[in-house]
Ligand binder design. Structure first.
Ligand code: UDP
Length: 250
């Protein structure tokens, strides 16, 4: 039985704290290949439940952390409670503290044109000894992908934040993991917008109360359609979750 993962509808989520996830990712930087880090929320786990190929992509990650209170509740329903919610943004912050002054180079990839530049400017205010090896916006044609990989490799970066939203970022990282020379590639959604201070993170009260989703819904009502998957996720975990868990524990 694997005690360090919880199988949620076929997706094997690591039972880590934010700090443990950041430490593990940092330890990859001395390694010999590109390790991948994904942080699925309930919506992404449902995508994996409905799409075998995407579920295999998620399960191929070296770190699969639970972003979203729905995933934490699901782990409790399955009687294998996650220690805490491990949002991609929080892992990134914990990691930045380690990267600052370490000499390891970070590449920022994603967001609308100008967002990565603004994120770099803001990050350097908080982490003046952070080495930012390069950056690129997240809007491209398939034919540009080779050049993007080349740009990341030629920057000499050790780690890349890939912020294209899900499932685009997970698929992009998976597709290019063998060509990338970085030692860690993290798919962390809208984090660059938050680092750039274009989008505000929910106040601590909402995060602690497990209500960040509600705050984001009020701020960005266009997310409503995406959120209708949450009750479906909850019901699927209640009625089908245990069957998956048993398969994983055998
Ligand atoms: N994005 C991108 N390329 C695309 C589509 C989206 O770089 O082709 C960026 C978008 O600008 C935003 C992020 O990906 O910065 C997605 O943010 P969202 O909050 O939707 O992601 P989540 O964290 O919810 O997965």
């Amino acid at each position: 039985m694997n005690n360090d993962k919880v199988n949620i509808l076929g997706v094997n989520v690591d039972m880590l704290t934010i700090k443990e996830a950041a430490e593990r990712i940092y330890s990859f930087l001395g390694g010999d290949k590109c390790r991948t880090v994904f942080t699925p929320n309930s919506e992404i786990i449902m995508m994996g439940y409905r799409d075998d190929e995407f579920r295999d992509i998620l399960n191929s990650a070296s770190v699969l952390a639970a972003d979203g209170i729905g995933v934490v509740y699901a782990s409790r329903i399955l009687k294998k409670p996650l220690k805490e919610r491990c949002a991609g943004f929080d892992i990134a912050v914990s990691l930045l503290e380690k990267l600052n002054g370490s000499g390891y180079g970070l590449f920022l990839f994603g967001g609308k044109p100008g967002v990565a530049e603004k994120a770099r400017e803001e990050l350097l205010k908080d982490y003046p000894d952070l080495k930012i090896s390069g950056l690129r916006n997240g809007y491209f044609d398939e034919s540009d992908e080779g050049d993007i990989v080349k740009q990341i490799n030629e920057s000499g970066a050790d780690i890349v934040f890939v912020c294209l939203g899900a499932p685009k970022q997970e698929k992009w990282i998976y597709r290019h993991r063998d060509e990338l020379k970085v030692k860690a590639a993290l798919g962390i959604g809208g984090s660059l917008d938050v680092f750039a201070k274009n989008v505000e993170r929910a106040p601590e009260f909402f995060c602690k109360a497990g209500l960040e989703w509600f705050y984001r819904l009020v701020k960005e009502p266009s997310r409503f359609k995406r959120m209708t998957v949450l009750p479906v996720f909850g019901m699927t975990v209640i009625f089908k979750g245990k069957r998956y868990k048993k398969t994983a524990d055998r």
